[in-house]
Design a protein around this ligand. Structure first.
Ligand code: SAH
Length: 460
């Protein structure tokens, strides 16, 4: 079930609760904490409900459910142990367009109640969409341990100062930066110590000295696809970004980790199909940084390995824009590791060469003599279209036609495929391999069969 998460404001709003047993008691207590006016229908009130009635906290409507009770309530909760009564309440609520939650019956709910981590005014709601409440509670426990008990205090103070900060700092990005810096500073310690006065003094100091930040560009390597291969720096950068320029090689799983509100701009290009010219990308990076934004240029693999990161850094340097480079796991490392192919091996490969099958200047020839040497592993990026030429030249310059090869498609992703064979068959293997694909040539390629461990990814 694909629920739309909302937090409702129940203060002083009437809510109908049908049932007054133990389960209803928990529901009533939560509703009362949220400030709702709880109206109870139940044949009998248990002692706690009677006490609430005496204290004037709830209204008692008697033992008989009447559809008209739903007319002016905000929402309803059916919490009896009588399934047909619960169903009657739910159907009536549906007919009247009222939200209704039926305890422990997912198909009789138009809203469900999540497990909550409460650091008021901060709250985290966890839901399994009604499928596995126990797992949702387990998540809750895990998250509880991560979030300091006092962190609600920071939100409380921030709430009081929000308007003033808004008046003094212009621009949503500048304000976001102000709050981020504040929450990472000594302010957090003081808030945790419940020292409100000192925390507010710290806030004022930082507000007075706040300067609109200069933009910067972070060239971030996203790795070959598996989001688990992002570095901590990469994760932090994509979660702090105002704008992310990404290319086609960046996997959906990684894009899902980018800060939700960041602007995401595709500058994807695949060999032979340049969607956005490199010059345009360069210009956009500079423009956005000059506007004071935190720019991330997110690239598949490593930015400095066949990724034009060098060209982009040169442009930034020339424009005087501060930049950082976050390395990533390049395809030659990631895809081979997931295919169980070691790049070097004492028995048969003393070195590994990373080469591109695609050069900027057409007609430029690689040094085939060096590439064809034995005892080395060749890893070829962007090479599947040139596989026939590559195989032919390597054989011509002396590499055995029986040298093992592997073509790894979508390395590290769930749809990874590995095709293995001999150098003389490389053209066929490459032709049928989905892209992106990496070609590995050398004795180590044969080890994939023995050492492959990732999924059932072999294609004969
Ligand atoms: N900067 C990137 C390489 C960009 S060039 C890096 O460091 O990995 C693009 C080429 O990389 C593709 O043509 C393919 O040969 C290779 N490649 C990138 N991701 C890959 C993946 N997940 N599986 C196999 N090959 C990949």
């Amino acid at each position: 079930m694909n629920h739309y998460p909302i937090f409702t404001h129940l203060e002083n709003r009437p809510v109908l609760l049908v049932g007054a047993g133990t389960v209803a008691e928990r529901k009533a207590a939560a509703l009362l904490r949220a400030g709702a006016q709880v109206r109870v229908v139940a044949e009998r009130l248990n002692p706690l409900f009677s006490q609430w009635l005496d204290e004037g906290k709830i209204v008692y409507l008697g033992g008989q459910f009447d559809e008209d009770f739903l007319n002016d309530v905000f929402l309803a909760v059916a919490a009896t142990d009588n399934r047909s009564l619960n169903e009657q309440v739910f159907r009536a609520a549906e007919a009247k367009g009222k939200f209704c939650n039926t305890v422990d019956t997912a198909d009789l709910c138009s809203f469900i109640v999540p497990a909550v981590i409460d650091r008021s005014p901060m709250k985290i709601a966890v839901s399994s969409g009604g499928t596995a409440p126990v797992l949702a509670r387990k998540w809750r426990q895990m998250i509880e341990t991560l979030i300091p008990l006092e962190s609600g205090k920071m939100a409380e103070i921030a709430g009081r100062w929000r308007q003033r900060v808004k008046a003094e700092i212009s621009g949503t990005e500048n304000r976001r930066r102000f709050w981020e810096n504040l929450f990472d500073s000594r302010f957090a310690t003081l808030a945790a110590q419940n020292n409100t006065a000192a925390a507010e003094a710290e806030l004022v100091t930082q507000l007075d000295s706040f300067q609109a930040a200069k933009g910067e560009v972070v060239l971030v390597g996203a790795g070959p696809g598996d989001p688990g291969l992002l570095t901590i720096h990469a994760l932090q950068a994509i979660q702090a970004a105002d704008v992310v320029f990404y290319d086609a090689l960046v996997s959906d799983g990684i894009m899902a980790m980018v800060r939700q509100d960041a602007e995401k701009i595709s500058v994807g290009k695949r060999a032979g199909n340049h969607h956005v010219q490199q010059e345009t990308t360069n210009r956009l990076l500079v423009e956005h940084a000059l506007a004071g934004r935190r720019v991330v240029r997110l690239k598949g693999g490593d930015p400095f390995v066949f990724g034009r990161g060098g060209e982009e850094a040169q442009v930034l340097k020339q424009a005087g824009i501060p930049y950082r480079i976050v390395p990533g796991v390049t395809a030659a490392l990631g895809a081979t590791a997931y295919a169980g192919i070691p790049l070097t091996h004492r028995d048969c490969a003393q070195s590994a060469l990373f080469v591109t099958g695609h050069s900027k200047h057409d007609g430029e020839q690689p040094d085939w003599r060096t590439l064809a040497l034995g005892n080395q592993t060749l890893v070829i990026y962007m090479g599947t279209l040139q596989a026939s030429l590559i195989a032919e030249k390597l054989i011509e310059y002396g590499r055995s036609e029986n040298t093992p090869v592997a073509v790894i498609s979508n390395g590290t992703l769930p749809q990874q495929q590995v095709r293995t064979g001999r150098l003389k068959n490389l053209p066929e293997l490459a032709a049928e391999a989905p892209r992106p694909a990496l070609m590995v040539i050398g004795e180590v390629a044969a080890l994939g069969g023995e050492l492959g461990w990732f999924q059932n990814d072999k294609v004969e």
